[in-house]
Design a protein around this ligand. Structure first.
Ligand code: ZN
Ligand code: ZN
Length: 268
């Protein structure tokens, strides 16, 4: 065989060896464990969950609120919260209800600092976004103040946003900044949350969002105060529209209690 023939043969055999290695890694992945139970996975699945845990994930399927995306009964278009609150964003999309395993995963990321969870949440959120039919142009993560980021060491919304951006091939732009430190939102009522957030966010790079359809990414959608305040600032910065994508949305209780107050300002 000529020298050239030998080189081709060698290259081919290298390629085959590489492909075989990749196949072995795919079938017998090393150190890949379920993000929920820690059990070993026999294959590198899209959601890094074992079959049992995947089954237990509180996916939102079927009828949902046109505003916040929470599951609701078939008869209504909007949940009790969205019937009484003006959302300045188009809608919120979440793959999960904020309970059970989904809540545990968000807590593992935020408080347990298990950054790898951003991959699973990013996969589920990307799928929910594609299924929703919404089409945006740029991703903007909900920011943290410098002090908050220093306390936690990272911003979970940025981590999730980076993963989604990679999956969807969309640019992730830090167009919003949080200019004021706030007490943790979970300790406050709906009205206090909205008040608490006024003037907290600012558009840092207006040119990133001007005239563009923005996908605002956060970890959890609860009262919608954060989403509304961020959307209000983005629209003020002349964003074309704002759609919200969160990992999980809290369940809407069908009660006769007065609705939670929320940010009610119309788009500027
Ligand atoms: Zn598991
Ligand atoms: Zn709703």
């Amino acid at each position: 065989m000529t020298g050239r023939g030998e080189r081709v043969k060698e290259r081919l055999s290298r390629l085959v060896r590489g492909a075989a290695d990749a196949l072995v890694r795919a079938v017998y992945p090393e150190d890949i464990t379920c993000d929920v139970c820690g059990g070993e996975l026999t294959a590198d699945t899209r959601y890094t969950l074992c079959a049992e845990c995947l089954e237990k994930m509180p996916f939102i399927r079927g009828h949902r609120c046109l505003g916040c995306g929470a599951p609701i009964s078939d008869e209504a278009d909007y949940c009790p919260r969205c019937q009484h609150t003006e959302n300045v964003f188009r809608r919120n999309i979440s793959p999960f209800v904020y309970k059970g395993e989904a809540l545990a995963l968000v807590h593992a990321l935020k408080f347990g600092k298990k950054k790898y969870v951003a991959r699973l949440l990013g996969a589920a959120m990307s799928d929910a976004y594609i299924e929703s039919g919404e089409r945006c142009e740029v991703i903007v993560p909900v920011p943290m103040s410098d002090a908050e980021k220093k306390r936690r060491g990272f911003n979970q919304s940025e981590l999730i946003a980076a993963n989604i951006g990679e999956r969807l091939g969309m640019p992730v732009l830090p167009a919003l900044v949080k200019v004021k430190d706030t007490p943790p939102q979970k300790e406050l009522s709906g009205k206090a949350r909205a008040e608490n957030l006024k003037g907290c966010f600012a558009v840092a790079y207006g040119e990133y969002v001007k005239g563009r359809k923005v996908l605002l990414v956060d970890d959890v959608f609860t009262t919608g105060s954060t989403a509304n305040e961020c959307a209000r600032m983005l629209l003020k910065g002349r964003a074309g529209s704002v759609t919200v994508l969160t990992a999980a949305v809290t369940e809407r209780k069908l009660s006769l209690e007065p609705p939670e107050e929320d940010v009610r300002q119309a788009p500027v």
